[in-house]
Design a protein around this ligand. Structure first.
Ligand code: PMP
Length: 419
């Protein structure tokens, strides 16, 4: 008999903390006793080990802009695979991917690859501190930048889902250098800059928040961050791990027309394999070793398989029709779900908050009815639709989601709300 989810979970729990390698995968927040164990995916569909198929709105939390097992991505990876999996020396593929990133993202002249968004965010912070000779950071409550010590305070994503405002293991001194402010609150940022500006290395922000559910920047918010950074000599860091290549080819900085000093990328940049990156002006990036003295490194950084996948995806994003299609699909989904709660969307990222809204910051997001969201999750799951297993995450629209998948989802959600 084939292995089932229950068998696997029993074994996993004995071998891996909580049975999962990343906390939100436990799916407890939506009331599941056991997480789904996935076996395969094709396009917008994912199949679990019990053989159930779902329309997948998680898509590995964002990387898969062309859906699961996308043929062109697989072909690029297979081609690279035959030549070997890793060399620990420069390859042509890295140069190709760097070119794609530099061509796409307005503020990036040079880029350094890492294996995860966490590493990229951590390195961006180190670079900002080195470049300014200052230590303090401003971050926003409900934003998530990976599990970097200095950035874990009042973070979104799994910490918000599990209600962990600050995690043990972060030295007090490190946390003490981070000032946490409400998202979209220009006055709070201005006051903090007036008080701490001289010692401020960077303001780091998700230019569209995705880790407390989707919260767009209010008009003027990103512009104000730019102005305040310039006024006090701090650097502006956009964490575009989710928004990069998603809300526009050039990310949120293209869509909203505000240029950060440093950009953090992940997810789509690796085409579904482990890759992330950070980049900025050449003069700033050349502070990194071996040109400069700021150390940053990685055994598998710029991995040949990951850069092959990333390059295959990014090249196809040069066609503006991609973003027109994503916008149209996002709009269809948004229109269909709008009657059932507060739907917030920017391009191909969207959240249905179980509340009236609007949601401008983490305090607003926290007013959502998470019990109801959990019930919604379970209702639609039983009807073949897999939503994010937490209220405080996004639905990721892809080019693999056609009208049929979108309409099935709207019908399933509508059924829960009695429509
Ligand atoms: N920044 C943002 C905005 C993210 O959404 C994430 C992950 N969801 C990260 C950083 C961390 O990336 P990773 O999980 O690859 O370490």
């Amino acid at each position: 008999m084939a292995v089932t989810r229950s068998d696997l979970y029993q074994r996993a729990r004995r071998l891996i903390p909580g049975g999962v390698n990343s906390p939100v995968r436990a799916m407890r927040a939506v009331g599941l006793d056991e997480p789904l164990f996935m076996r395969s995916g094709a396009g917008a569909l994912i199949e679990d080990v019990n053989g159930n198929r779902y329309v997948d709105w998680v898509l590995s939390w964002g990387p898969l802009l062309f859906g699961h097992a996308d043929a062109a991505t697989l072909a690029a990876v297979e081609e690279a695979l035959r030549r070997g999996t890793t060399f620990g020396a420069p390859t042509e593929g890295e140069v190709e991917l760097a070119q794609e990133i530099v061509d796409a993202v307005p503020s990036i002249e040079m880029v350094r690859m890492t294996s995860s968004g966490t590493e990229a965010a951590m390195s961006a912070v180190r670079l900002a501190r080195a470049a300014t000779g200052r230590d303090r950071l401003i971050k926003f409550a409900g934003n998530y930048h990976g599990h970097v010590d200095a950035l874990l305070a009042s973070a979104g994503s799994g910490l918000m889902t599990l209600g962990i405002p600050s995690t043990p293991g972060v030295p007090r001194g490190v946390a003490g250098e981070t000032i946490v402010l409400p998202y979209n609150d220009v006055d709070a940022v201005a006051a903090a800059v007036a008080r701490y500006g001289e010692g401020l290395a960077a303001i780091i922000v998700e230019p569209v928040a995705g880790n407390m559910g989707v919260v767009p920047p209010e008009p003027g918010f990103l512009e104000a961050l730019r102005t305040l950074c310039d006024a006090c000599g701090a650097l502006l860091v956009f964490d575009e791990v989710i928004t990069g290549f998603r809300v526009a080819r050039g990310g949120a900085q293209e869509r909203f027309g505000v240029r950060p000093d440093i950009t953090v990328l992940g997810k789509i940049v690796g085409g579904g394999l482990p890759a992330a990156a950070f980049g900025g002006r050449a003069e700033l990036m050349e502070r990194l070793a071996p040109v400069g003295d700021v150390y940053q490194a990685g055994t598998l950084s710029g991995n040949p398989l990951a850069v092959a996948a990333g390059t295959s995806v990014l090249r196809r994003l040069r066609d503006p029709a991609v973003y027109e299609a994503l916008e149209a699909r996002g709009a269809r989904l948004e229109a269909g779900l709008a009657p059932f709660g507060c739907v917030q969307r920017v391009g191909a990222m969207m959240t249905l908050f179980c509340q009236d809204g609007p949601v401008r910051d983490d305090a607003d997001a926290a007013r959502s009815d998470t019990e109801r969201y959990g019930a919604l999750f379970r209702h639609v799951l039983a009807r073949g639709v897999y939503l994010a297993p937490s209220q405080f995450e996004c639905m990721f629209v892809s080019l693999a989601h056609g009208d049929e998948e979108i309409d099935r989802t709207i019908e399933a959600v509508g059924g829960f709300f009695g429509h």
